[in-house]
Write a protein that binds this ligand. Structure first.
Ligand code: AMP
Length: 296
């Protein structure tokens, strides 16, 4: 199966089969099995599957990794073909931002965007909202699929589509992990072999939070303390392991009560060598186990 590549909404319109249900997977490329799971799931939701690859400049801060973000268009195209994607939407920055980078920007409300990646990366979530709104306007999909790996992003996109009446159904897919628990991420390619082992500390800390939740704890400060203590224990074994950027527990609607009274989510970020990595775990029944690994 070959994947047709288009760069504009007009080109995509020539390929769209009338009456076909379109399922859409937006990405920044450097594709891995996490993206693969989204594309395969998309097949079940649509008659045509469209993926996009666009390294969106407005979601990177001035000191972040926009220039060195991994890019592999031909490799990605082959993977998309194997996963059953029909069309790759690969616009230029000029096609996406026809009025320049200083034009309209959509900001998430404080209750969804003033913490976690919104606090640590000023402007990042507004860049995400803006590009997602543009992509949905260009591709006009029936369904769009997002990964739980970026839980805050998924939650905000769902609210954005609802609030702006964009008419696309948003589907969330589970996080795909390596066998040792590390969440797949395009940024894992930045990691040296030692940093790659160190990256296990994220899922290790989240495993501690999940274990604490499973033992019946619902106080969010106590749940967070379980994860932070696990991190400090791992730092004791590996002094090169840096500090956490954040580790926080919230309800899945992103409110932060003192006690969880509904399913929760524990989310975290940390700098591992050259890569800023994020991860999260759902605090709910049937949440899959995370390996309780100690660093080598
Ligand atoms: P990205 O290319 O990193 O912007 O991600 C594109 C989409 O893939 C987003 O919806 C991500 O949440 C999702 N994604 C990234 N990594 C994973 C993963 N390990 N498992 C599941 N989905 C993922």
């Amino acid at each position: 199966m070959t994947v047709r590549i288009v760069g504009t909404a007009r080109e995509w319109a020539t390929l769209r089969r009338p009456g076909a249900r379109v399922a859409f997977v937006p990405t920044m490329g450097a594709l891995h099995e996490g993206h693969g799971a989204l594309v395969r799931a998309a097949r079940a939701h649509g008659d045509m599957v469209v993926a996009s690859i666009f390294v969106n400049p407005t979601q990177f801060g001035p000191t972040e990794d926009l220039a060195r973000y991994p890019r592999d268009l031909e490799g990605d195209r082959a993977k998309l073909a194997a996963w059953g994607c029909d069309v790759l939407f690969h616009p230029t920055a000029e096609a996406m931002y026809r009025q320049g980078l200083e034009a309209f920007r959509i900001h998430p409300p404080a209750g969804l965007g003033d913490f976690w990646c919104g606090l640590a990366r000023p402007g990042h979530l507004a860049g995400v909202c803006t590009v997602v709104a543009k992509l949905l306007g260009m591709v006009r999909p029936d369904v769009a699929l997002f990964g739980q790996k970026d839980f805050q992003q998924w939650r905000i996109v769902e609210a954005l589509v609802d609030d702006l009446c964009l008419g696309t159904r948003i589907v969330r897919c589970p996080t795909i992990r390596e066998p040792d628990g590390v969440a797949m991420s395009s940024r894992n390619t930045y990691l040296s072999p030692t940093d790659r082992i160190r990256a296990r500390a994220l899922s290790g800390a989240l495993a501690a939070v999940l274990g604490c939740w499973r033992s019946g704890e619902r106080d969010i400060l106590a749940l967070e303390a379980a994860g932070k203590q696990a991190w400090i224990r791992l730092q004791g074994k590996d002094p090169e392991l840096g500090d956490l950027a954040y580790l926080e527990v919230r309800h899945q609607d992103l409110t932060r009560p003192a006690l969880l009274t509904a399913p929760g989510v524990a989310a975290m970020a940390a700098q591992i060598g050259p890569a800023r990595l994020i991860d999260n775990v759902l605090l709910e029944d049937h949440s899959p186990d995370l390996p309780l690994l100690e660093l080598a």
